[in-house]
Write a protein that binds this ligand. Structure first.
Ligand SMILES: [Zn+2]
Length: 229
């Protein structure tokens, strides 16, 4: 256990001892959206390097019991290999975490994001897809199965929008699958702005950032990108 992590979210040497272990309102409110992205990037770097901070979950659980001040909401896939808290080396209370196959949005997910940002003060909405995503592959293969059919239909526009990838447009082509996963993240970000005037306005005012990322399940690295890249 590193008692005084200097690169972790909101930690600094001059904090009262108890407060050092979790994200407080003051620490969270001092972070800009860009700061929050940087802290997620640093956490992923520790994870990739095999040098994660060995957090004290029981201490964090006690220290967050009276309130939470998360810095971000992450929308990820349900894939068991892409757990946000672990790949960003985060503590209890650091982020809200929404997960649904293919990291797509519906009104309930967008409502959760509005709660996270407008009511609870999170600074970043991070939509995180991942490589080798079964939901993206299912959409490419036009899988039909119960309620999954309509979920995969939400990914279909991303498949159709992929351009400039060499090789066949099938699930055998991992470059195509990754490009579709990235496009799906970008279209999801656009969907959030389109369906939530609340979040769009917060982003335009610089109160929050809406960011995209792709988690590489082979390397463990998270690639961040904005909606224009
Ligand atoms: Zn997935």
């Amino acid at each position: 256990m590193n008692d005084k992590p200097t690169t972790a979210i909101g930690c600094s040497d001059d904090d009262p001892e108890r407060e050092q272990h979790v994200l407080t309102r003051k620490k969270r409110d001092e972070l800009s959206p860009r700061d929050m992205i940087r802290l997620l990037q640093e956490g992923n770097r520790r994870f990739v390097d095999g040098k994660p901070i060995d957090w004290d979950y029981r201490h964090e659980q006690a220290d967050t019991s009276g309130g939470q001040y998360p810095g971000a909401i992450v929308l990820g896939c349900i894939d068991s290999r892409a757990p946000a808290e672990i790949v960003f080396n985060l503590r209890i209370g650091d982020v809200f975490n929404a997960r649904v196959a293919g990291n797509v949005v519906d009104e309930d997910i967008v409502g959760s994001m509005e709660y996270a940002c407008k009511a609870a003060g999170a600074k970043i909405i991070l939509v995180m897809g991942h490589t080798n995503c079964g939901a993206v592959k299912g959409a490419i293969d036009r899988v039909e199965l119960g309620n999954l059919t309509q979920l995969l239909a939400k990914i279909k526009p991303a498949i159709d929008a992929v351009r400039d990838v060499e090789g066949e447009q099938t699930t055998k082509n991992s470059a195509f699958v990754s490009a579709a996963a990235k496009m799906n993240v970008m279209l999801t970000m656009a969907n959030i702005r389109k369906t939530s005037p609340v979040l769009k306005e917060m982003e335009e005012r610089g109160e929050i950032g809406i960011a995209g990322a792709l988690y590489d399940i082979e390397s463990g690295k998270v690639e961040f990108f904005d909606s224009k890249s």
